[in-house]
Design a protein around this ligand. Structure first.
Ligand code: AMP
Ligand code: ZN
Length: 119
């Protein structure tokens, strides 16, 4: 069923506490944790606890959770003190865009000049 945990999904396992992560924020509906392979001084992933394969399907299937992810991305930026210098929120969608984990997630990147960065 849409939104249900997937047994073979890395981020569902992080939500379930089966795989460790460096969690920086959590809410009833979201989790934010540091990317294991950071592309900038601040590189945090914000995910919904529910499983949808990408950002657009999350927005269609659970618009409240999609809004929560965006709001939390902003709070991560403030907490990491990159909100004034500028930060980027990225949702890779599909293999050709570099998506490797098919559980919707926002990359929050900051702490350096991002104008040439592709995450
Ligand atoms: P994407 O390529 O947009 O699907 O993003 C997936 C991101 O997850 C990549 O930036 C990876 O570095 C990151 N990642 C993969 N495994 C882990 C993990 N166990 N903990 C934290 N981040 C991870
Ligand atoms: Zn999942």
């Amino acid at each position: 069923m849409a939104g249900e945990p997937q047994a073979d999904c890395l981020f569902c396992k992080i939500v379930a506490g089966e795989i460790p992560a460096t969690i920086v924020r959590e809410t009833d509906t979201t989790l934010a944790f540091r990317d294991i392979n950071p592309q900038a001084p601040t590189h945090v992933l914000v995910i919904p606890r529910v499983h949808y394969p990408d950002a657009a399907s999350l927005a269609a299937g659970d618009p409240g959770a999609a809004a929560d992810v965006l709001r939390e991305a902003g709070k991560v930026a403030s907490q990491e003190q990159v909100n004034e210098s500028g930060y980027r929120i990225i949702f890779n969608s599909g293999p050709g865009a570099g998506q490797t984990v098919f559980h919707a997630h926002a990359h929050v990147l900051g702490g350096q000049d991002l104008r040439r960065l592709v995450a």
